[in-house]
Design a protein around this ligand. Structure first.
Ligand code: TMP
Length: 216
């Protein structure tokens, strides 16, 4: 059913992207869409190994970190995303290129135009049709993480604030593709808001520009 679509969840730590990826996948499947859920870094055999290195490796330099994320993305685009879109499926990815702009660009301070060129190189022009930003105060997201913190979660608070601001800038610059969702709302409410936006997008081919942050 339907045309191929590439939907991406983005957001800072603890913003609930993985839960919402699952909820949206189930909902779309229920109404007959063929859906491929995936995530970054990871989603392929090599990508999963890179994920472990980048999250738990010691003394990884900033350029090494960047190239590990890009390597994982290249594998995912080639092995999973492109083939799925080609066969008419809906791909839902937990993080994609905007994570690199937010974390390595706004967070670490790498030049944004350099990141954009490198990202274009690895994605070969594959861009999300719709980006759902789970927006949350950096502090609240970190408090939600109860298990052992990985190398990103252990970053100073200012890093997480810059990541959040970076995401909000990207969303403001591209309202045709980005939807900002208030991730402090209850899970079921976020799922509803997400579903409304995705349904409109799949039916009408564009996102509605009214804010998706209303209370229940
Ligand atoms: P996650 O499972 O919490 O999404 O872990 C992935 C971590 O990697 C998260 O802290 C964000 C970070 N990340 C980057 O810094 N750059 C990237 O390009 C991607 C995809 C993730």
């Amino acid at each position: 059913m339907g045309n191929p679509a590439f939907i991406v969840f983005e957001g800072g730590e603890g913003s609930g992207k993985s839960t919402q990826t699952k909820a949206l996948t189930n909902r779309l499947r229920k109404v007959g869409y063929k859906v491929v859920p995936t995530h970054e870094p990871g989603g392929t055999a090599l990508g999963e190994r890179l994920r472990r290195w980048v999250k738990w490796g010691k003394a990884i330099t900033i350029p090494t970190e960047l190239f590990l994320f890009l390597a994982s993305r290249s594998q995912l685009v080639k092995q999973v995303i492109r083939p799925a879109l080609k066969s008419g499926k809906v791909v839902i990815c937990d993080r994609f290129s905007a994570s690199t702009i937010a974390y390595q660009g706004h967070g670490r301070g790498i030049d944004l135009s350099l990141l954009e060129s490198l990202d274009d190189f690895v994605t070969e022009g594959v861009k999300p049709d719709l980006v759902l930003l789970m927006d949350l105060e950096a502090e609240e997201g970190l408090i939600r993480k109860k298990r052992k913190w990985d190398s990103f979660e252990r970053e100073e608070f200012g890093f997480h604030q810059r990541v959040r601001e970076g995401y909000l800038k990207m969303a403001a610059a591209d309202p045709e593709r980005w939807v900002v969702i208030d991730a402090s709302l209850p899970e079921f409410r976020i799922a509803e808001l997400t579903w409304e936006r995705v349904r409109d997008f799949l039916i009408y081919g564009k996102v509605s520009t009214s804010p998706a942050t209303s209370s229940p």
